[in-house]
Design a protein around this ligand. Structure first.
Ligand SMILES: [Zn+2]
Length: 87
């Protein structure tokens, strides 16, 4: 799933030319497309402001993860995504 528009409620507060829409007397700054950052935001800054704005709702939707652990003689292979044992 991804959104079509940037979900930062302040996206249109940034003064960039690519946000301007409309004709002469009625020009406005608009929200950009959510083309990056998991289909949520248009920039990393907008993604940070999205987390900040929605942090309570996100924490309500996703339960807290308990402390995780792994045996001391193991390591995570980031390429195979497997927990492996030191030899
Ligand atoms: Zn944005």
């Amino acid at each position: 799933m991804s959104y079509s528009n940037c979900q930062n409620p302040k996206c249109h507060y940034y003064d960039t030319k690519d946000r301007i829409r409309g004709t002469k007397p009625n020009k406005v700054y608009t929200t950009r497309k959510a083309t990056h950052y998991f289909g949520i935001a248009c920039t990393l800054n907008c993604l940070n402001e999205f987390w900040e704005h929605n942090s309570e709702q996100i924490q309500r939707a996703i339960p807290e993860m308990p402390i995780q652990s792994r045996p001391i003689n193991t390591y995570y292979n980031w390429r195979t995504k497997e927990l492996e044992t030191n030899s």
